[in-house]
Ligand binder design. Structure first.
Ligand SMILES: Nc1ncnc2c1ncn2[C@@H]1O[C@H](COP(=O)(O)OP(=O)(O)OP(=O)(O)O)[C@@H](O)[C@H]1O
Ligand SMILES: Nc1ncnc2c1ncn2[C@@H]1O[C@H](COP(=O)(O)OP(=O)(O)OP(=O)(O)O)[C@@H](O)[C@H]1O
Ligand SMILES: [Mg+2]
Ligand SMILES: [Mg+2]
Lengths: 259, 259
């Protein structure tokens, strides 16, 4: 089972869009795929028709189990979605309280490692959607994943945000271990805007090892998709945003060694 | 002196863009205008050419003064910008540590009220750019302002974020006082996308009292502006994004009672 996390401390850069689109394309290839929503705002869960304010079972269950010393049971948390081969562990707004409650207990950084171990026979791929802040939830996602996808808007202000994210990663990096493989994904690229071209060029110059060699273009149909409660790859399979994510996924799969 | 804060817990919705554009249009009308960057990520400061990682004087000075019980001195913090009549109190990344340090001391919610009182003879308008999380900095901004500008992207997922923001405001609302006047500003409106139209309609239906009767259209030239280190109103005064913000400002000024 491959576990990829999608993260960036800057808000609104396309994390949720990247997670749902890549996961839906894996599901379309016949891979059993699990999406995990670790953002208390629950955009991913909302996109797929779940209400983070109302849910009784969510990934919050796992954190409660660890602090109550009871077994982790993914059963009631894993939900079907409208897409074949695609399941979801939704978020609930209760997750927002975690940073205040659990910070001091041992082992709270490994809750998701344990929860995902329970489902490793059922899924081929896991995509984790992260919140835009560094806290218990992001730490759990970084600990559980084997690869990190970093969407970055192709604009000047977002570059500063990426610098800070990379510094954070180096800080959180488990000392002594291999650095987490990561790929920087330029998003919302608009070839008509000079600033977008310059930002993409600057990313390639500053992070030559980590930046993907293409970019996800601006495609306002992503908004239609979240309104319709479906991934864009299902709503408009030939949309230019989907074609770009297909190329990204093919490049990501080519990077993976054979399982 | 009028103090307006621009806030929304959802990231990437146009808070910084709204703050800098409205402020620059006020400056253009000849009003002495102060921008305050209360986001530890410092997008506003970066946009105007300052580096939040390097600055020695920032609004962080005020929080230090309050915890050390020394007088608040705005002198070294207020900086000139490339725009006439427009000054800035920049952010520094040190602000990110405030929530962990100060939460328990009395009076930390009123630091900005005190700091802005010191400059009330020098400025006609103050625009505060807020971070995308609820914490000490947002609490300070809400305590200091007389009106709240809430940018919301015209898309389905952002509406859920607004619901939560409004709930938070009602929670933080100082009990017994008049509710803080607020205006919801639909941003990044794209009339070609059905989802954008439906989202705008839904905002008008759900918040008939608070929603502005127009919207800020998508205008990718905002990216050129942040790259150039200037407000868009200075770089392309006739850009459609600027025209829309001019209408917003006229409507906001019409709402203000005579000072
Ligand atoms: N390639 C794209 N072209 C146009 N719009 C896009 C694109 N990718 C994402 N969007 C839109 O941008 C907005 C933000 O995207 P998304 O919610 O995926 O970002 P995020 O990083 O997950 O945000 P948050 O930090 O709030 O979790 C959404 O309205 C989405 O529809
Ligand atoms: N009307 C608009 N049309 C097109 N792009 C816009 C518009 N307003 C803002 N943007 C772009 O959207 C991105 C996010 O805007 P901005 O930084 O103002 O949002 P924010 O809410 O302040 O984000 P954060 O939560 O990170 O502080 C920027 O790239 C900006 O240039
Ligand atoms: Mg998201
Ligand atoms: Mg901002």
């Amino acid at each position: 089972m491959k576990i990829w996390a999608v993260a960036n401390q800057k808000g609104g850069v396309g994390k949720t869009t990247t997670a749902i689109t890549v996961a839906s394309l894996l599901a379309k290839k016949g891979e059993k795929t699990l999406l995990v929503d670790m953002d208390p705002h629950g955009s991913l869960s909302t996109w797929l028709g779940f209400d983070p304010d109302e849910l009784t079972d969510s990934i919050y269950n796992f954190f409660q189990a660890v602090s109550n010393n009871t077994p982790i049971d993914p059963g009631p948390v894993v939900r079907d979605t409208p897409v074949a081969n695609l399941s979801l562990m939704p978020a609930s707004t209760a997750l927002a309280t975690l940073d205040r409650q659990l910070a001091i207990r041992k082992g709270t950084g490994l809750v998701m490692v344990k929860a995902l171990r329970e489902v490793r026979e059922r899924f081929d791929f896991v995509l984790i959607d992260c919140p835009p802040v560094l806290g218990i939830l992001m730490i759990n996602a970084l600990a559980a994943c084997q690869k990190l996808l970093l969407p970055v808007q192709t604009e000047f202000l977002a570059q500063k945000g990426l610098e800070r994210m990379v510094k954070t990663l180096n800080m959180v990096q488990r000392s002594g271990q291999q650095p987490l493989p990561r790929i920087i994904i330029p998003t919302m690229y608009d070839r008509r805007t000079r600033a977008s071209n310059e930002a993409w060029k600057a990313l390639r110059e500053e992070y030559p090892e980590d930046v993907w060699d293409s970019a996800i273009p601006v495609d306002t149909r992503f908004r239609d998709a979240s309104k319709a409660g479906l991934p864009l790859s299902v709503l408009y399979p030939k949309a230019r945003g989907v074609i770009a994510y297909e190329k990204l996924l093919n490049d990501l799969l080519a990077q993976e060694e054979p399982p």
